[in-house]
Design a protein around this ligand. Structure first.
Ligand code: BTN
Length: 258
């Protein structure tokens, strides 16, 4: 396990990660960051853990990660965003993480809607955003990032779906360097969020997305919807051309068919 001093040494950010909470083991870094955010913890604060006993995934699932081999952290942001534009935070987080992974592996990362990152067609990074609002807009956004860094074995059910940076890059990845690269990209891209400049972020996301023009199944609450994936809607939904017309989905699990 790293010490706080080690993780901060050489860090190039001015705000993100400067306030750092470190745990050998925790229930969930997102849960912890959310509690801190609700107690007015400052923007940029990061919760880092070596292991999670109740790691949270999207759609109520859990996030499993071997102790000591991966990256698990959550960061608090406080952008002035309306509820309508809050979904765009997903793309900010995905693009930041993708860039950091590319720096470390020299491989192109694929973005899968809404916020999975893939290497060689398999998931290497999951992102969970937990946003809070008042009537005036967003109060905070907790960005939780889990990366399979040096893990080499995945449980049976994940073997065809999951990979790690080490498996793809064929070399051990320095977790501290990756963490610092992630914080640097989050801080850099957050500059665009603050300026309301999501165009750059969405362009970066779109050019890493390979599903447009293909038929996709989206499993969501209330059933499965099938259609040709056309583009992102301005608020971050997935626009599908279905047999009965155009539909926009905002949550769900995507499988690309053709
Ligand atoms: C997903 O793909 O379903 C999202 C997974 C997000 C996992 C990360 S690990 C760090 C942070 N803390 C959590 O409990 N979840 C996120």
């Amino acid at each position: 396990m790293y010490s706080k001093e080690e993780l901060l040494e050489g860090l190039k950010t001015t705000v993100v990660g400067r306030k750092l909470f470190l745990f050998d083991s925790i229930d969930s870094t997102n849960a912890c960051a959310k509690t801190l955010a609700e107690a007015d913890m400052e923007e940029g604060a990061v919760v880092f853990a070596d292991f999670q006993t109740e790691g949270r995934g999207r759609l109520g699932r859990s996030w499993l990660s071997e102790p000591g081999n991966n990256l698990l952290f959550s960061c608090i942001f406080r952008p002035s965003l309306s509820k309508e534009r809050a979904g765009l935070m997903t793309f900010f987080a995905a693009v930041s993480a993708a860039k950091a992974i590319e720096t470390m592996t020299h491989q192109i990362v694929e973005c899968k809607w809404p916020n999975d990152l893939l290497l060689g067609g398999k998931k290497c990074c999951g992102i969970l955003l937990e946003n809070s609002f008042t009537q005036d807009g967003m109060t905070h956004s907790v960005v939780g990032i889990g990366v399979n860094v040096n893990q080499e074995k995945f449980e049976q059910s994940l073997q065809t779906k999951a990979t790690s940076l080490k498996q793809v890059a064929r070399k051990k990845i320095d977790r501290k360097e990756l963490f610092q690269a992630m914080l640097y990209e989050l801080e850099t891209q957050y500059g665009n969020v603050v300026k309301g400049n999501f165009d750059f972020i969405l362009n970066e996301w779109n050019r890493r997305c390979t599903m447009f023009g293909k038929t996709a199944n989206v499993v969501r609450e209330g059933g499965t919807i099938t259609g040709k994936a056309l583009e992102l809607s301005p608020d971050g939904g997935l626009v599908l051309e279905t047999a009965t017309g155009t539909e926009i989905v905002y949550a769900g699990d995507v499988t690309v068919l053709t």
